[in-house]
Design a protein around this ligand. Structure first.
Ligand code: ADP
Ligand code: ADP
Ligand code: MG
Length: 662
């Protein structure tokens, strides 16, 4: 076994690897960029070495600097995590030459699986069922159209070098092939420096189900079962689970057998993932193999009890697998939610900045329910524009799918984050969705269920009543604390304003709780008990005996309360104050509709509209690059462009005016 390993990665996955290495008694070396000087993984590692500037190309992708760091510290092996150098055969080869072990598969297996066209050919030869399509490089749109017609619509246009959902387009007609082929090719050239394209059939009602394999250097390969990753936005995974609600034991066995056959055919010798697309009738087709630790590996760990990072380290050190296929038992259900710094209310635009408050739900197991939170963040961490805007991977495990889902919803409700926008409201909404709970998943779930984007969850009247009780509990405690004379006597009559709606109520102290009788008959009487104290961000209570959790934050004159994907402003007023408040003129929000403003800081790639031009709602107006992604800003309604305020190539701040309408 090694005594010291280096982690050629950053963020949550670097922390994750350090944890296992430490548990195995191995010393760890972190390499870091200038942007990560204060990062958690740097703090956790035994030794640290700076390797360059913030852009990945100058640090985390610099194989030469990373190898030099390993030599300088005497690290005998390197774990690449995911992304960055993890799937570069040249990196694995360079390590072999330098006499450093690569904690991943051999370079030949990486190369064979790194190319979608080549890996499909190899899979087909190994008896694996592949998506019907054309197994060759397609030169231009004309050839693409001809082949698409042969395959039959809809088709998927794909980059052979693709990854992370890039260089990929669905086409339903020859016209869409014409339009999509060139842009996919450009995207592939830009992202991968390789624009070889191919076309396959688009599988309708598709589910993404992948098999985790584990192999050693002695020819042993086992399957650790599947993960379902069908909840995707723009071909990128958002929520994953293990096992899959679709699979029966027979299909699981058949998919595992094919994944193992493929791994054996390429001489695979580490942890790896064989991705399949599965239709409603449980027909499955090979998509690609990822020759690395997968982002969502934790759900497999939770249902199998096997530490994948430990297994990767052991097989890289030459050990034989200590686990046989018959030892692998799937136990219970696990779900992962990817918590991202992005604004779900503004079309998921990345949100960068400092994380002012970071209070995740407590990790651990209680009554058969587990919470695991893999993160690289601490309070005060910065989400920078250089890397993935991931905040954490929140996982829950329970005896069955319903329990794991309910536990996830509760955990998300307790996750207290401030300083940046985040997708927790959206995650809560998906988990609470009846179709998600019924397990009727497809990769089109988000596009189909949120066709207009995400506008927040609506709470039912009983949840709204609970929020009103939370506001009363918090406000009356604050008033009692402010009453220095201690002569405080609880007044009876109060008005809770939720957003702009008044809810008059009579309040009385009853034992440890408050009894609240709302004037509205539909709400009626409620009882809230809580040990919340002023200053706490999470408000835990029992409302009519049922646990209820809301996040609470002071805002001018009141509170912002969040629960299950919804946010509401609450104020608690005396009846007199409420009356006066109704007489106050309402402040109108500034009218920004005449401007197109930058939704995030970035760089202007292109202004598509010209001064004096009439534009229709939905028409693209400008392209702004942020966090390595091009975002197309579209007109929200019809209008005429009066003035362009920015130039191509210019850096812009958030809310900076890009153009003005007449
Ligand atoms: P996984 O396949 O492990 O579930 P994802 O599908 O989210 O993970 O991402 C696939 C891989 O591509 C990961 O290694 C991730 O780090 C990387 N990746 C994702 N998005 C990008 C991007 N915009 N640029 C470069 N690499 C990316
Ligand atoms: P990447 O390397 O970017 O992860 P994949 O080939 O794994 O690319 O595809 C990513 C996602 O795109 C899949 O999870 C699936 O949702 C969708 N997809 C890919 N190919 C097809 C197809 N032929 N039919 C339907 N959906 C597909
Ligand atoms: Mg994939």
């Amino acid at each position: 076994m090694f005594s010291k390993i280096l982690i050629a990665n950053r963020g949550e996955i670097a922390c994750r690897i350090i944890k296992t290495a430490r548990a195995m008694g191995l010393k760890t070396v972190a390499v870091y960029s200038e942007a990560d000087m204060d990062a958690l993984f740097v703090e956790m590692a035994d030794e640290t070495i700076p390797i360059g500037a913030a852009p990945a190309a100058e640090s985390y992708l610099r194989a030469d600097k990373i190898i030099a760091a390993a030599k300088a510290t005497g690290a005998e092996a390197i774990h690449p995590g995911y992304g960055f150098l993890s799937e570069r055969a040249s990196f694995a080869e360079a390590l072999e030459k330098a006499g450093i072990a690569f904690i991943g598969p051999n370079a030949r297996a990486i190369a064979a699986m790194g190319d979608k066209i080549e890996s499909k050919k190899l899979a087909a030869a190994a008896g694996v069922s592949t998506v019907p399509g054309h197994l060759g490089v397609i030169k231009d749109a004309a050839e693409a159209k001809r082949i698409a017609k042969e395959i039959g619509f809809p088709v998927m246009i794909k980059a052979s070098a693709g990854g992370g959902g890039k260089g990929m387009r669905i086409a339903h007609s020859a016209e869409e092939v014409e339009q999509g082929f060139a842009s996919s090719m450009n995207e592939a050239r830009g992202a991968f420096g390789d624009d070889r394209m191919f076309i396959e059939k688009f599988i309708t009602q598709p589910r993404h189900i992948e098999i985790q394999v584990l192999a050693d250097r002695h020819g042993n390969v086992i399957s650790l079962g599947e993960r379902e990753c069908s909840i995707q936005r723009r071909n990128q995974k958002v929520i994953e689970e293990a096992p899959s609600p679709l699979l029966d034991e027979k299909t699981r066995k058949a998919m595992s057998a094919q994944a193992i056959a493929l791994a054996k055919a390429v001489g695979y010798d580490s942890a790896g993932t064989v991705e399949f697309i599965v239709d409603g009738a449980r027909n499955f087709y090979f998509l690609e193999m990822n020759t690395r630790l997968q982002v969502e590996h934790a759900v497999t760990e939770l249902v199998t009890g096997i530490d994948l990072v430990e297994q990767m380290i052991r097989v890289a050190a030459g050990e034989k697998l200590g686990i046989a296929q018959r030892d692998v038992k799937l136990n219970g259900w696990a779900i992962e939610s990817r918590v991202y710094a992005e604004d779900p209310f503004r079309n998921f635009l990345p949100s960068i900045g400092r994380i002012r408050r970071y209070r995740p739900p407590a990790e651990g197991t209680l009554n058969g329910l587990t919470i695991r939170n893999d993160t690289g963040i601490t309070e005060g961490s910065e989400i920078s524009l250089y890397y993935d805007p991931m905040i954490s991977k929140l996982c829950t495990h329970g005896p069955d799918r319903a329990a794991a889902t309910a536990h996830m919803i509760a955990a998300l409700n307790e996750f207290d984050l401030a300083g940046i926008e985040h997708n927790i409201p959206f995650l809560s909404s998906v988990l609470a969705h009846p179709r998600f709970q019924a397990g009727k998943l497809t990769t089109g779930f988000i596009a189909e269920e949120y066709p207009q984007g995400f506008n927040g969850n609506t709470l039912d009247s009983s949840e709204m009543a609970a929020l009103a009780c939370v506001a009363l509990d918090a406000d009356l405690k604050l008033r009692a604390r402010a009453d220095k004379a201690g002569a405080h006597k609880l007044a009876e009559d109060w008005v809770v304003m939720l957003d702009d709606l008044d809810h008059p109520a009579k309040v009385a102290r009853l034992g440890a709780g408050l009894s609240v009788v709302f004037a509205e008959k539909t709400i009626g009487r409620r009882m809230i008990e809580s040990d919340w104290k002023p200053g706490e961000g999470v408000h835990r209570s029992r409302v009519d005996g049922t646990p209820f959790v809301a996040l609470i934050e002071a805002v001018p004159g009141g509170y912002r309360l969040r629960h299950s994907g919804a946010a509401h402003i609450a104020q608690v007023l005396s009846p007199r104050a409420a009356e006066l408040r109704r007489l106050m003129p309402k402040k109108k929000p500034a009218d920004n509709s005449r401007f197109l403003m930058a939704p995030m800081p970035g760089r202007v790639v292109e202004v598509l509209a010209g001064e004096g031009q009439e534009v229709k709602s939905g028409e693209p107006l400008a392209i702004v690059e942020a966090m390595k992604m091009e975002n197309v800003l579209k007109a929200e309604r019809d209008g005429t462009v009066k003035k362009i305020k920015v130039a191509k190539g210019q850096s812009i701040a958030v809310d900076e005016v890009i153009l003005e309408f007449a």
